[in-house]
Ligand binder design. Structure first.
Ligand SMILES: Cc1ncc(COP(=O)(O)O)c(C=O)c1O
Length: 372
């Protein structure tokens, strides 16, 4: 059994992907070929937004968005400590300072109630709070209604980190529609993944979209050799766009399948394990299905039991970002974000993908019950 089995999906659409790749090979248009334009239109349509700017990775999607806003030294960017390193790494990369906010114990997403304190903390450090990057963790959108209200009151730029959240929804509004801009990732294991690195930024802001397109290609102006700002080489590989076009066609069905699998897990978990909580009117795209155990010792026991049955499990995330060595210089200490720290100690992700079989889920559940 695999943690995320991509081969079953590939079996379904292999012929179509091969045809798409052949078309790219035959066309000779290897940089920004027509597949990029087609994909950007289809992704924007799916989300229901004006602009999609594809790029080289989810990390670059975040980085380009901060660069486009001119965020840099002296600025504070608020985010969660319970996320993948890339979310905070890009803040440091542009020269700004990450300021962390603890998470909600039920959803593991940033706790909006604590954001105003973080804004004050940043100001006391002599920083200018400029932006907030909420993360749609494990596929569940962050609470944007609350976040957007607070951000508007403080003039913060909201950048949705939807690397894991593509396909999620709040009240029928799709992930990547929230905030001023949203970044997603097409890393193979993501809800919509390609066969390498890839990402995209979404926005309804025409000016921001224009700047992002410029930053994506070395800060180009009127043409390639007219350079008006600092940019990067951030283009999406055309072959990955070809793959994504076929994967996007089956994506809505895959979101349904993931939700059915999640429901099956949630209905059959041992009572002592806490399954994921999806608030009313929210839809998760289930990048991960994560359970919360009562103690770290419970987690060790459960992992051992799963291993005995050859069932893979992963820990996302073992170390909160404020305790990572790379962020020592920020001066945070253990105890600063207790919910994030406790979640890191007790969380465990189990196999989840659109093509997981009920018999496989039964085997996983049986092992969980045996360890309970
Ligand atoms: C929350 C989050 N943000 C950002 C990223 C970065 O995406 P990528 O790996 O495509 O650079 C990831 C994925 O790994 C992620 O999970």
């Amino acid at each position: 059994m695999q943690f995320i089995d991509l081969s079953r999906q590939q079996l379904l659409i292999r012929d179509k992907i091969e045809m798409r790749i052949k078309r790219v090979l035959d066309s000779g248009k290897y940089i920004m070929g027509p597949e990029i334009v087609e994909l950007e239109e289809k992704l924007a349509d799916y989300v229901g937004i004006q602009h999609c700017i594809t790029c080289s990775s989810g990390t670059d999607a975040l980085l380009m968005s901060l660069m486009a806003q001119g965020i840099g030294p002296g600025d504070a960017v608020i985010t969660t400590p319970f996320t993948f390193i890339a979310t905070a790494e890009v803040i440091k990369l542009v020269g700004a300072t990450p300021v962390f906010v603890d998470i909600c114990p039920d959803t593991f997403n940033i706790n909006p109630v604590l954001i105003p304190d973080a804004i004050e903390y940043a100001k006391k450090q002599g920083l200018n709070p400029k932006a907030i990057i909420p993360v749609d963790l494990f596929g569940l959108p962050a609470p944007y209604m609350e976040i957007e209200k607070i951000a508007a009151g403080h003039g913060l730029f909201v950048l949705e980190d939807a690397a894991q959240g593509f396909g999620g929804e709040i009240s029928g509004r799709k992930a990547c529609l929230f905030g001023h801009a949203a970044a997603t990732s097409f890393f193979p294991a993501k809800p919509l993944g390609c066969y390498g690195d890839g990402g995209a930024v979404f926005t309804s802001d025409d000016d921001l979209a224009h700047i992002l397109r410029s930053i994506r290609v070395h800060g180009g102006g009127a043409d390639k050799y007219d350079n008006v700002r600092v940019g990067i080489n951030g283009r999406l590989n055309v072959l990955q766009a070809a793959v994504l076009l076929e994967k996007l066609a089956i994506f809505p069905d895959e979101v349904l399948r993931r939700n059915r699998a999640a429901e099956y897990y949630s209905n059959n978990l041992p009572a002592s394990y806490r399954g994921p909580i999806v608030p009313k009117n929210y839809l998760s795209s289930w990048a991960q299905y994560s359970i919360l155990l009562e103690t770290p010792q419970d987690r060790v026991r459960v992992i051992k039991k799963l291993k005995e049955q050859n069932i893979p499990a992963m820990i996302y995330y073992k170390i909160s970002l404020h305790l990572q060595k790379v962020f020592d210089y920020l001066g945070y200490e253990r105890g600063d974000f207790p919910v994030s720290e406790k979640t890191s100690e007790n969380i465990l992700s189990i196999p989840m993908h659109p093509y997981i079989k009920t018999s496989e889920q039964d085997k996983i559940l049986e092992a969980l019950h045996a360890a309970a």
